[in-house]
Design a protein around this ligand. Structure first.
Ligand SMILES: [Zn+2]
Length: 56
């Protein structure tokens, strides 16, 4: 694993990149690219991990 840069806050990971998440997004050129988010931004942007569903 190598260092990743968070697409949201530009934080750079350490070499383990623990809990960082990569997402495939559509690139401007029409292809796809992978962007990475640090754990904090991933949680804020994508609600990850998903909140537990409570059955009523
Ligand atoms: Zn971030």
């Amino acid at each position: 694993m190598h260092e990743l840069t968070c697409a949201e806050c530009n934080q750079v990971s350490d070499k383990r990149a623990l809990d960082w998440r990569g997402y495939t997004v559509e690139a401007d050129e029409g292809g796809e690219e992978v962007v990475f988010f640090c754990p904090l931004c991933a949680e804020r942007e994508f609600q990850w991990p998903p909140p537990p569903t409570t059955s009523v």
